[in-house]
Ligand binder design. Structure first.
Ligand SMILES: [Zn+2]
Length: 306
């Protein structure tokens, strides 16, 4: 009997393991859509050596952003579309990424996580529009003096200038998420210039604010896109954590959002959330408190200097 019981327990354990594995595969494959028809394919990335000092390109320490760009310089660069994604780890480890991607990122001052040995988290939000959750999230951040990067598209910036002003006033960073959230690897060089370079100048003129961070819409990128951002002096960010939180009509509750985030905490995490999620807005205060109590701090990312 004891042998039979042991076999049953072993069988159950195997089922649990397989189910767990499938769940993380599903997450890996989950396409995630930005509000407003934007599709962000979540192939989350990670790496055991961490984003640890990937050799920074000379542009990484550039203090000044330039928009004097000759798109002719990019005609020979690979414009093949790639989708960012990582397999989320259940344990407190950064996700792994293939060596080839790691090298590509390193060449263009692009990052998806920071030092894996230091308990710092880097919050990243993106927004294409607002549904009154942005203010609630900003309140929660302010209360705890936590700073984040807000990737805003042109539609948001034009529609909610008062929120943009508050984000800047509260000491957060605004990141370039392109003017209209197109799939940048697929657009013409001329449109790429307008989406990224001219948009930079628009924000600078309108808000007297110089963006320093760039995230390609939907995590869809190419070598050309990365090279352009690097030449401008941007720090490109992808993410080491994200989940399907981009459709505000899908509400699973604050507990769900909270547990999603805390399950995958790891040192140096680029923790990516959409502001339109009611679940995120409901959970954010509790989530931040949990992270702080666990000994994490929050910061704005800067590439390590060498
Ligand atoms: Zn987006």
């Amino acid at each position: 009997m004891a042998g039979k019981a042991a076999r049953i327990i072993a069988f159950i354990l195997i089922c649990v393991l397989i189910t767990g594995f499938r769940a993380s595969k599903d997450e890996y494959n989950a396409a995630h859509t930005d509000p407003g028809e934007h599709i962000e394919k979540t192939a989350l990335v990670s790496d055991s050596k961490g984003a640890d000092p990937i050799p920074a390109s000379p542009g990484s320490l550039q203090k000044v952003i330039t928009t004097e760009i000759d798109m002719g310089n990019y005609s020979d660069l690979d414009s093949g579309k790639r989708n960012w994604g990582v397999v989320l780890n259940q344990v407190e480890k950064q996700p792994e990424i293939p060596e080839e991607i790691r090298r590509l990122l390193g060449r263009y001052n692009a990052w998806y996580a920071a030092n894996p040995d230091v308990p710092v988290l880097y919050l990243i939000f993106s927004a294409s529009y607002d549904n009154e959750n942005m203010s609630r999230i900003l309140d929660a951040l302010k209360l705890r003096n936590v700073k984040a990067v807000f990737y805003l598209v042109g539609d948001f910036v034009r529609a909610y200038p008062e929120l943009v002003a508050r984000i800047i006033q509260d000491g957060h960073a605004i990141g370039n998420h392109s003017s209209s959230h197109r799939c940048l690897p697929l657009v013409s060089d001329e449109l790429l210039f307008r989406e990224v370079v001219e948009y930079h100048d628009y924000v600078k003129t309108r808000f007297n604010y110089e963006m320093r961070y760039f995230m390609p819409p939907s995590g869809e990128y190419s070598e050309k896109v990365l090279a352009l951002a690097a030449e401008m002096g941007y720090i490109t960010q992808f993410w080491s954590f994200a989940y399907k939180d981009f459709d505000p009509s899908v509400r699973r509750g604050a507990d769900y959002a909270f547990s999603k985030v805390i399950q995958h905490l790891h040192n140096g995490s680029f923790l990516f959330l959409h502001t339109v999620s009611f679940d995120n807005a409901d959970a954010i205060g509790r989530t931040l408190d949990f992270c702080l109590q666990r000994g994490y701090t929050f910061d704005l990312f800067l590439p390590p200097s060498r």
